[in-house]
Ligand binder design. Structure first.
Ligand code: PEP
Length: 252
């Protein structure tokens, strides 16, 4: 629907030390002007920078999120993991779950991803649930089936537009400089919207659908104008404030 508020979100992955905090400052400054009345901006730094990032962005329009959380919401014997409660305690508001790099490198399946989203809800965070087909699945013409299943299995039954954002990220487009054509993105996003409405009714109309995968300042105007694309999840191009802001300003 036309009244969905878009979001431009950055995923820093395993990038960013204190010396890159200037980029977060610059992004926060850049997204706090008049356009902030129309769209949201979010940055997801590594967890080591989460607390300092929220501290730096107090009184700006930049939202801060984490890149992953454990499926257990609060505490426990899970060495190396961080919980949704810890993320909230850092004053972050969002958390990415089910990014393809987590699915691949940490063996996370749809069920685990849905549990992580629940952990996020439990702590009042908004989960950004990532789905997307691999190159092999894409080549085999299985994109729609894969998306349908991942969406259905990765999203908890109590998902709403407030607690959940969906990001469609074709795995073969992440970090490769390759993107699907606008028509392909349109088909997938229309399918996701239809699936959400079928499952959640009117609630499903309002859930934001982001596109992710090699979004750059040059291709952002085209990708962001595709129907049912309610914003972008940006990896590489979110590391430089100038690139992030150029994509953000595609909404002008
Ligand atoms: C991502 O990993 O979420 C992503 C979209 O990466 P990139 O923009 O670098 O392709």
């Amino acid at each position: 629907a036309a009244d969905i508020r878009p979001m431009v979100a950055g995923n820093w992955k395993m990038n960013g030390t204190r010396s890159e905090l200037d980029q977060i400052r610059a992004i926060a400054h850049g997204v706090s002007g008049p356009l902030s009345k129309k769209i949201d901006a979010l940055i997801c730094p590594p967890s080591t920078l989460l607390y300092v990032a929220t501290t730096l962005t107090v009184d700006t329009k930049l939202l801060v999120g984490a890149q992953d959380c454990h499926q257990k919401a609060r505490t426990g014997a899970h060495t190396g993991d961080i919980s949704a409660e810890m993320i909230r305690d850092c004053f972050a508001t969002h958390v990415i779950v089910g990014h393809s790099e987590r699915r691949k490198e940490h063996g996370e399946d749809n069920y685990t991803v849905s549990m992580k989203a629940r952990a996020a809800y439990d702590q009042g965070l908004t989960a950004i649930v990532c789905i997307g087909e691999t190159r092999a699945q894409h080549k085999a013409g299985r994109t729609m089936d894969v998306i349908h299943r991942q969406l259905n299995e990765s999203m908890p039954a109590d998902a709403t537009a407030e607690n959940t954002i969906v990001a469609y990220e074709p795995v073969w487009a992440i970090g490769t400089g390759q993107t699907p054509g606008a028509d392909d993105v349109a088909r997938v996003h229309a399918r996701m919207r239809a699936d959400l409405v079928e499952r959640f009714g009117a609630r499903g109309e309002a859930i934001r659908l982001l596109y992710g995968g090699s979004v750059k300042p040059q291709n952002a105007p085209e990708l962001l104008s595709v129907p049912h694309v309610n914003g972008a999840l940006i990896g590489g191009a979110s590391l430089k404030a100038a690139d992030f802001l150029a994509i953000y300003h595609a909404y002008e």
